[in-house]
Design a protein around this ligand. Sequence first.
Ligand code: AMP
Length: 470
Amino acid sequence: MCGIFGVYSNERINVAKKIYYGLFALQHRGQEGAGIATSDGRGFHHHKGIGLVSEVFTNNELQSLYGYIGIGHVRYSTTGDSTIENCQPFVVKSSFGPIAIAHNGDIVNSTILKRELERMGHIFISSTDSEVIAQLLVRELLKTEDIIEAIKNTAKRLIGAYSLLIMFNDKLIAVRDPNGFKPLCIGRDENCIYFASENCALDTVNAEFVRDIKPGEIVMVDDGEIKCYEIEKPCEEVNTELNLPVNDCIYNNCVSTCMFEYVYFARPDSIIDGISVYEVRRKIGRILAKEHPCDADIVSPVPDSGITFALGYSEELGIPYYEGLIKNRYVGRTFILPTQEERDLAVRLKLNPVKSILKDKKVVLVDDSIVRGTTSRRIVNMLKKAGAKEVHLRIGSPRIISPCFYGIDMATKEELIASSKTDEEICKYVNADSLGYLSIEGLVKAIGRKDLCLACVSGCYPTDVSCKFK
Ligand code: AMP
C-alpha cells in the first residue's frame, strides 16, 4: 500500500513541515517506515527511517530538509523486507541530476525487470520494486534526455500498480498507472501545489482539493506551471512473454481501481475518484443487512474498520448500534505487523469488550473483511467470553479468495481462509452463530462504479499476472 505526499511551493518556502503533516494524515496507509526528500533547486536533502512519521522525524531533521519542492512516503511493505534500505523516497543519481521517487503499489513483473537490469550491470541497494522503477527511469532518461519521455517509456515496461511522485531537479511529477489502481489527487493553496494519496491529507494542510489524477496521467509542476501528459497503454510486444490469462479470465487492462481502498484501506473521510469512502461503507452496511438480515439485539462494529458498515447495517434493520468493543487508540493496524506472533498480541492490546453491553445479547458483529480468519475467530471468542449469547458475523466485503499482486498484503492463496473453505466451515472456524459476506454485486452497487479491481474476490486480474504463478 503506502501513502505518498508531495508539495511544490511557488513562493520557494521550505516544504518539509507540510510534507510531515501530510504524511501524518496518511499514516494509516503504512506504519513501517517514513521518509521525506526535498530539493532547493541546487541539490536534494533526504531523511528516512523505520517507524511512524512522528518517530522518524525530529524538529531538527525537518529543519535540515531545506527546499521548496519535496516528496514524502509512508511505507507498508508488500514487496521487500522491513529495512531502512527499503524505505522511501529512493534517491538515485543520474548525470542529468538526482531523482527521488515515492511509490504506492506493486509491480507484478518487477523480478523479471530487476533480473534484466542486473544483467546490464545495475546494482540494487534495496529489495523493493520501487527501486526497479527508479533504475528503469534513470536508464530511459539517459536514452531520451527528457523526463516525460523517460517516464512514458518506463511505464511501457511496467505491469501493475504505481501511483508515483517523482522529484527531478526542480520539477515535481505525479504519475498514476493506466489502470488507476491506487488513488492520487492534486490540491492547491495560494502558495503551493500538492499531490496526495488521499484528499484527507490535503484537508490537513488546509489545501483545496483540485481533482483526482486520471488513470494513465502524468502531471508535472515545472516552474510553478502544471502540465499534463498521458501514458500509453502497455503495448502487447512488451507483454507477449507473459501473455497468459489466469483462472480463465482474459485480463482487460482497463481502469480498475482497487475496491479495497473503499472497503478498508482509505480513510473514511477521503473521497476517491469523486466517491465518498464513508458513504460507500454506509451503503455496504445497508446492502449487507438486506442480503444477510439477522434478528439480533444489537449491532456492534469491530473498530475502527467495521464502524461505518455497522452503522449502515443498524440503520437498515432498525437494530440499535452499540460499541461492544473498545479500541485502544494508541495501537495501529494489527494486520500490518509482520509476524503472526506480533499480530496475536496486538489484537489483545487493541481491543477489549464492554461486558455490560454484550451480556446475554444476540450480537451482530460487523467487520470489513476476513483474510486468514484468525482475527475474527479471536474477536468472536472475546465477545462470547464477555457474555454475548450469540454472535452473528457480517462482513463488508465478499469472500477474499485470491492474493493481491498490486500492493495489498493479503497473504498467499493457501493462507486465505475463503480460498479453500465454505461459508459454513468458516463460520465454524471463527466460532460464530452465523456468517454473511457481502456479495460482489452488492459491493459494486455500493461503490457505484464498475471499473474496479476485484481480483481478490473474483480471481480475475485486470493485468497479466502469470509471472507470479511461474
Ligand atoms: P485476518 O482474517 O485475521 O487475517 O484479519 C482480517 C482483519 O485484518 C480484517 O478485520 C481487517 O480489518 C484487517 N485487514 C484485512 N486486510 C488487510 C490488509 N491487507 N492490510 C491490513 N489489514 C487488513
